[in-house]
Structures are given as C-alpha cells and as structure tokens.
Design a binder for this molecule. Structure first.
Ligand code: B16
Ligand code: MG
Length: 214
C-alpha cells in the first residue's frame, strides 16, 4: 500500500453542506441585489468565507464597501448557514461514506479532515463524527485558503505522516490543487472529478477502498 493516511475534505466529500452554503449565499446576494447562480457558486467550493465573498462581490455595482461592512455580509451568510446546520444529524452521514470510512480504518490507515470551514467542529458533532478522526485541520488553524496547501500540510503534520504517504480526497478544483501543491496524491469526487483534477477521478467514494489497495 502506497498510503498511510487519507485526508478528507469535509463539505462535498463527507457531507453535503454545499447546498446549504449555496442557499445561504443566495439569500445574502438576493438581499443585496447581486446576481448569483450555481456557476458562480462552483467557484466557491473549498474557498474560505471571506475569499468567497470577494468572488460574489465581483458582480456588485453599488457603493464601495468597507471591511466592516464586508464582515457583516459574511456574518449574515454564516448565520443563515448555521441555521441549516442545526437540522443536521447522524442520519445525514450517507451509508457509502460511513462504510468507506470504516473499511479504510480496518485497513489500518490514519484518517484526517482537511477543510477550509470554520464550522468543521460543529458539523462533525452534528453528523456523529466528533471523535472519529485522528486529526482535524480546518479553517480555524490556517491563514491561507485552498489552493494553498496549508490545511493539508498541517493535517499531515498532526498525523506525523510524510505528505507523499497521504492521499487527499476532494470535491473542489481548488482543493485538488492544494493537495498537489502539498506534495500529495489526490482522489476527486463531484465537480473536481468532472474537471479531471485528480490522480483518480471517482464516481463514488467507495472506489477509495480499491485505490488504496493498488
Ligand atoms: P465556513 P471544504 C469549504 O469547505 C466550503 O467548500 C466552502 O464553500 C466554504 O466557503 C468554506 O469551507 C468555508 O466555510 O464559512 O464554514 O468557514 O470543502 O474545504 O470542507
Ligand atoms: Mg469541499
């Protein structure tokens, strides 16, 4: 086996909070009269909250916004997003994700999270994975957003495993770029797989069980 650890992105890989992000940003953008659709939304995958706001504001034509006003807009979005997260429960962990995580653990692999989200601890608690992972690197311990490799490099350091022995699992092109920049191999799902951004581009997360056995 070439890998000793798997580092999972959270949103779009372990759980499907991406739809909640979309709806929350859409509500904020509609309020401000800013055009926002799923094409713009795809560019926000894996990107930090404030960097996401900057992308949305590319289409804003009103008076210049101060840093404080921008932070208020990001806060408004996060409040709407957190309301959706309240409704999540362990039932939101799909059977394929649960069984894949268990199968990988049975193979003796270390499992970690590498997510841009500051809401990671809350989400893991909601879906019943609070104490499951060997390391959690997230938006609270990084200063640079994906495609910078910081979040994955820190996850590998927490595990004490060399980057080349880590496999990153991502749904975002920015996240796949971050994994590669960190010297790791990347297996992609969803949008990133459609864009052939990974060393493996999967239809289902279950394929990981075969990839790690190669
Ligand atoms: P928050 P990931 C990312 O999570 C999301 O894909 C991205 O849409 C979001 O803006 C970012 O987290 C920050 O999230 O506002 O909760 O801090 O895909 O890296 O797990
Ligand atoms: Mg993601």
């Amino acid at each position: 086996m070439q890998f000793q650890a798997i580092i999972f992105d959270l949103d779009g890989v372990i759980c499907f909070t991406d739809e909640y992000h979309y709806r929350a940003w859409k509500a904020m953008a509609d309020d401000m009269g800013i055009p926002f659709d799923r094409t713009v939304n795809n560019r926000l995958r894996g990107v930090s909250r404030m960097a996401s706001l900057d992308i949305i504001l590319e289409k804003y034509t009103g008076p210049a916004l101060s840093q404080e006003e921008k932070e208020k807009l990001a806060q408004r979005k996060n409040d709407i997003y957190r309301e959706s997260l309240q409704e999540m429960s362990p039932a939101d962990l799909s059977a394929e994700v649960k069984e894949t995580l268990e199968g990988l653990r049975d193979l003796g692999l270390k499992l970690a999270i590498g997510s841009s989200s500051k809401n990671t601890p809350f989400i893991l608690g909601q879906i019943g994975l609070k104490d499951f992972f060997d390391a959690v690197s997230d938006g609270n311990n990084i200063t640079r957003s994906k495609p910078d490799p910081e979040v994955f490099v820190k996850a590998a350091q927490m595990l004490g495993i060399a980057p080349e022995a880590c496999l990153v699992v991502e749904d975002a092109v920015s996240g796949a770029q971050a994994g590669h920049a960190g010297g790791m191999k990347v297996a992609c799902l969803g949008d990133a797989a459609m864009n052939q951004a990974g060393d493996w581009n999967m239809q289902s997360i279950r394929e990981l069980l075969d990839i790690v056995k190669e």
